[in-house]
Design a protein around this ligand. Structure first.
Ligand SMILES: [Mn+2]
Length: 246
């Protein structure tokens, strides 16, 4: 929120030109190709570290010069840790698989998270997944209607998850600005007084994390328009398409 007669630099930086949005979009398209490739590597016994290495090599093969951040690959309980670092844990049947990664094009970042189920999902997984997806759809809908207050946008997803899972299961902000840095102003958070400007690029990434069980996060990147949004993310996310039959 502008408190003085001059804006802060973060507010100017948040507003992207068409060229900047093009770079971010291209970075997201590359990440989506990498996602499709890494899904083919899912098999019993593969480790998180091996998949993370594959993701980085796949980016390199596509001409990517820098990552937006180190890829997150999390199996099973590891997916309940929002800062999970890939381990030697090996994939087993009937586990959650979470990927969160991004690359850069001309110095502009992309960010995507998708959560999969490797095997036959439990009723609990289906319920959690559908709820997180609904929470994201709620936020995207209020953004599409033109809401610009970060706190209200965050609440649209958070209140729904609170009602379904109790408080403290969605332990981070709903989203953040993306540009030459992976985390930029503004922020979708419960305490935020930010108002999102037109032509800023934001992530929308609700999650539910149940320690000892696992987590689900679904993250898209959108451009905020005068009235509505343009979703820069095309990767599938409906429940039927994130179940990997083995
Ligand atoms: Mn993110």
């Amino acid at each position: 929120m502008t408190k003085y007669s001059l804006p802060e630099i973060k507010e100017l930086r948040a507003v992207k030109s068409a060229r900047e949005i093009d770079n971010i979009t291209r970075a997201q398209r590359i990440s989506e190709k990498v996602l499709i490739e890494v899904l083919k590597k899912l098999k019993v016994g593969v480790s998180e570290i091996k998949l993370a290495r594959f993701i980085v090599n796949s980016f390199r093969r596509k001409g990517v010069k820098a990552l937006a951040f180190e890829p997150i690959v999390a199996f099973g309980k590891g997916s309940a840790d929002i800062h999970h670092w890939p381990t030697r844990a090996r994939l087993r049947k009937n586990q959650i698989v979470m990927f969160d990664f991004g690359c850069t094009v001309n110095g502009y970042c992309s960010d995507i998270t998708r959560t999969f189920f490797f095997g036959e999902p439990t009723a609990k997984f289906k319920r959690v997944y559908e709820s997180v997806l609904t929470a994201q759809e709620r936020a995207l809908k209020i953004l599409a209607r033109g809401e610009k207050k970060a706190k209200k946008i965050d609440a649209s997803a958070r209140n729904f998850l609170h009602r379904n899972f109790g408080k403290n299961k969605f332990t981070h902000g709903l989203g953040h600005g993306v540009g030459t840095a992976i985390h930029e102003w503004p922020n979708f958070k419960p305490t935020s007084s930010d108002v999102v400007p037109v032509n800023c690029v934001m992530t929308v990434e609700p999650g539910v994390y149940l320690p000892g069980w696992g987590g689900v996060r679904i993250e898209d990147m959108v451009v905020i328009k005068d009235r509505g949004i343009s979703n820069l993310t095309r990767a599938a996310k409906s429940l039927d398409l994130i179940i990997i039959n083995i």
